[in-house]
Ligand binder design. Structure first.
Ligand code: ADP
Ligand code: ASP
Ligand code: MG
Length: 275
């Protein structure tokens, strides 16, 4: 059984989501899918998460948010239209606006990118949406692993396949809490650990983990295999291809991580394992 996480570039627009859909349909073992919010469609574009952070900031500073809401709404509406699915983005953003006026938290607002991205992919694939808010539980010092793994295992027992939003969960009062940036990687690792997946596939926009950021250093070499410990140390020193906190849940559960490229799906990618 495979748990897949698709990052922001993979979820950026209808064309890239078309690739995501193909990848999922190529292997029936790809049963649980964790997604990021739509990322940049081109280098000049903004990530939906950044647009949501600006929206909240504008609202808090009394600035007009209508343009921001329209731009966000258009990103989801455009994807829905291209797939011909029934998805009312304006109604969703009406709810977000109402939440803002009722004092919604920063974390709630910035989590909505993943929430809507997962809702959308669930409709596109015809696979149930399962909300991470009810499953990923945060205590005072971060994720409560035991509760979270038990919640996910228990909830997913009822579903042969599911789409889940990455990046957030909730605290003991049910208030939304997000991970730090790039945190959908952690959500994917938690799902993979909870269901004891054979592989945690982390689909991104490069062929795997390189010796340096391949976008900045053209001498960077692709690493075909590395240990959990080496990955953690690379992530700690700035290789943001995988969030550092995604290593521990996978390592603890003994689930290998395979970093793969949505835009070059037959490339083997990088394997992260015990040895
Ligand atoms: P996603 O949206 O799929 O989570 P990210 O932008 O978080 O993708 O991570 C992928 C990016 O990480 C790559 O596009 C690359 O520029 C960057 N990166 C930084 N360091 C490395 C590295 N050592 N190996 C591979 N990619 C790296
Ligand atoms: N959307 C969030 C971010 O931009 C989380 C993620 O993509 O993993 O940081
Ligand atoms: Mg990332």
């Amino acid at each position: 059984m495979i748990v897949c996480k698709f990052g922001g570039t993979s979820m950026a627009n209808a064309e890239t989501i078309g690739l995501v859909k193909q990848i999922i349909s190529l292997d029936a073992d790809r049963r649980y899918i964790v997604v990021s919010a739509p990322g940049r469609r081109n280098p000049a574009d903004s990530k939906v998460t950044d647009m949501l952070i600006s929206l909240k900031n504008d609202f808090d500073n009394g600035r007009d948010v209508s343009k921001g809401i329209d731009a966000l709404c258009a990103r989801f509406q455009d994807i829905a239209q291209k797939f011909g699915i029934d998805f009312d983005a304006s109604c969703e953003f009406e709810k977000i606006y109402r939440a803002l006026t009722l004092g919604a938290s920063d974390d709630y607002v910035k989590s909505r990118g993943e929430y809507l991205s997962a809702k959308l992919l669930s409709k596109i694939l015809g696979v149930p949406f399962v909300d991470a808010a009810d499953l990923v539980k945060f205590g005072t010092d971060g994720v409560d692993y035991e509760t979270t793994l038990a919640n996910i295992a228990n909830a997913l027992k009822a579903f042969d396949r599911a789409v889940l939003p990455g990046f957030y969960g909730s605290d003991k009062d049910g208030q939304i809490v997000t991970f730090s940036r790039g945190g959908s990687d952690v959500s994917g690792a938690l799902v993979a650990a909870a269901v004891k997946a054979d592989v945690y596939e982390n689909w991104t926009d490069v062929d795997g983990v390189f010796s340096a950021d391949p976008r900045k250093d053209d001498t960077a070499r692709l690493i075909d295999r590395l240990t959990y410990e080496d990955m953690y140390n690379l992530a700690l020193s700035g290789a943001n291809v995988l969030h550092k906190d995604a290593v521990y849940p996978a390592e603890r559960a003994g689930v290998p991580i395979n970093i793969k490229n949505t835009f070059n799906r037959y490339a083997a990618g990088t394997w992260i394992m015990k040895e």
